[in-house]
Design a protein around this ligand. Structure first.
Ligand SMILES: C[S@@+](CC[C@H](N)C(=O)[O-])C[C@H]1O[C@@H](n2cnc3c(N)ncnc32)[C@H](O)[C@@H]1O
Length: 474
């Protein structure tokens, strides 16, 4: 197969040749700006690090370059709302969809802190431990699921449940939200776990039966230490002038801030409900096609928010297919478009997917590699196929809801399986072109992403592109 690839240009190569003039190394978009790291000086992002996010700077950069006059901005994979809040600051009316309640809770907190009575919050925190010491009977708020069982030291679990019992007695909903958020934001710190890509990594001190090399995550804070530190951080940030710029109206020429509209649910279901030609700008970053499992990474937070095993499993399946556990959603999508009275759209989108030669090539090579036992999981071909299929529907819908002349910016990484590069940027851009977007640019970050150490051993250190696509509706 290698030889065939070398002698004949592959379909991926053909697509690359056709779109090569749109690829541009973006020296002004470094990895920091494209990732959550550039946010870390901003209060809300410092309180809870959503590592899957991009930076507010990135969003503001694209607004200033391509659409300085505010209108309506949209993000179908909103995460913790970077696009929406950066847009709002600059006077954009902001809309977004997010499936995971984790991001939705962070956004609710962000809204709550904007309107909070700071004196009341400080007073509540001052009397917190006195109030907690009075609680003898408490509810069991944390109801574990199998992947979170034994995640906390016993003492911490008790403190957490007492704290949440106290929180539910607080009448002021904004104060209650901020107090609950402080506990939510320290769950990892006070647990025996560490977020580690596809799953949680467990410290050797937990009561779990652990196999493999023991892992020591270092000092595990008590709940009191961690939550007080977090609450003080929040109060300090809210009290200082620095945070004023984040929460004030200064950047919007003194006008009232426009609203932020968030829908919780899957964008596959929510997008078709939106009006045609409605948005001026989309700035988004879908999950990458990289096996990253949000529902495992954020299992503690999901349990904290009251999600049980069944609900977590359901969320995992509703996510855009990016893990080997995701099952096909094709029948579901077919039924969905029938139920919305648009069965022809289903056929139209499927047609674009089926007509992508690069996509067909990727699918058949991955199937082949799988048969040869060259992939480290049998479900990788299914995941990749479904990732692109679902993204094809998302991109169709994004084109439909964008006004003529409006822009779409998408951040995404290319991936590689069994040594074969999957040019996510080119294939998704080709879909976009079919649905009415022009591919203005594919900005490539100066330094791509290396291979996983496992793959590097076999295929050598080559870099795959990490890109930001700029499409414009015709
Ligand atoms: C790369 S993150 C986006 C982060 C965001 N740009 C930010 O700065 O916070 C992708 C997001 O898509 C969400 N997601 C995955 N599948 C989804 C679906 N079917 N519908 C809506 N959101 C989904 C994930 O929960 C995750 O928050």
């Amino acid at each position: 197969m290698r030889q065939i690839v070398e002698i004949f240009p592959t379909e991926r190569q053909r697509l690359f040749n056709r779109l090569e003039d749109r690829l541009e190394t973006a020296y002004n978009l470094n990895r920091k700006v494209v990732s959550f790291q550039a946010n870390k000086d901003e209060p809300i992002y410092r309180w809870f690090k959503y590592k899957e996010g991009f930076s507010a700077q990135l969003v503001k950069y694209f607004f200033s370059e391509y659409s300085p006059k505010p209108g309506r901005v949209f993000d179908p994979f909103v995460g913790v709302g970077t696009t929406l809040f950066a847009g709002q600051e600059l006077g954009w009316e902001s809309f977004g969809i997010e499936l995971l309640p984790v991001g939705v809770f962070v956004m609710q907190t962000r809204k709550a802190v904007n309107e909070i009575d700071l004196i009341k919050l400080k007073n509540t925190i001052e009397s917190l431990w006195t109030e907690l010491s009075k609680i003898k009977i408490f509810d069991k708020h944390i109801k574990h699921i199998s992947i979170t069982e034994e995640a906390f030291p016993d003492e911490t679990e008790i403190s957490l449940n007492k704290y949440l019992t106290y929180c539910s007695s607080i009448k002021d909903k904004k104060i209650q939200t901020v107090l609950r958020f402080a506990a939510f934001a320290v769950l990892e710190e006070v647990s025996y776990t560490r977020k580690d890509g596809q799953y949680l990594r467990w410290d050797y001190r937990s009561k779990r039966d652990l196999s493999g090399k023991p892992f020591n995550k270092g000092k595990i804070l008590t709940f009191k230490e961690a939550v007080m530190h977090k609450l003080n951080q929040i109060v300090n940030d809210l009290s200082t002038n620095k945070s004023d710029s984040l929460f004030s109206i200064s950047e919007n020429n003194g006008n009232e801030r426009p609203p932020i509209n968030i829908r919780q649910g899957s964008c596959l279901e929510e997008l078709p409900k939106l009006n045609n030609d409605f948005f001026d700008f989309i700035i988004t970053s879908p999950p990458y096609c990289n096996r990253y499992d949000y529902t495992r990474t954020y299992a503690l937070e999901l349990v904290f928010l009251g999600y049980n095993s069944e609900q977590v499993r359901k969320l995992r399946q509703e996510m855009l297919s990016c893990t080997v556990e995701n099952k096909e959603k094709i029948d579901f999508l077919n039924q969905l478009y029938i139920s919305y009275g648009n069965p022809e759209i289903f056929g139209k989108v499927l047609n674009v997917y089926d007509n992508s030669n690069a996509m067909t090539e990727v699918n058949s090579i991955l199937e082949e590699l799988n048969k040869l036992g060259k992939l480290n999981n049998n479900n990788i071909p299914r995941m990749v196929k479904n990732y692109f299929l679902e993204m094809c529907f998302v991109i169709y819908e994004m084109a439909r809801v964008t006004k003529s002349g409006g822009f779409c910016v998408m951040v995404n990484d290319n991936v590689r399986y069994g040594g074969e590069e999957v040019p996510v940027d080119l294939i998704l851009s080709e879909f976009a072109e079919n649905f009415g977007f022009n591919i203005n640019k594919i900005f490539v970050l100066p330094k791509g992403k290396g291979n996983s150490s496992q793959q590097m051993g076999i295929y050598g250190r080559t870099e795959i592109r990490k890109s930001v696509y700029l499409w414009q509706k015709r």
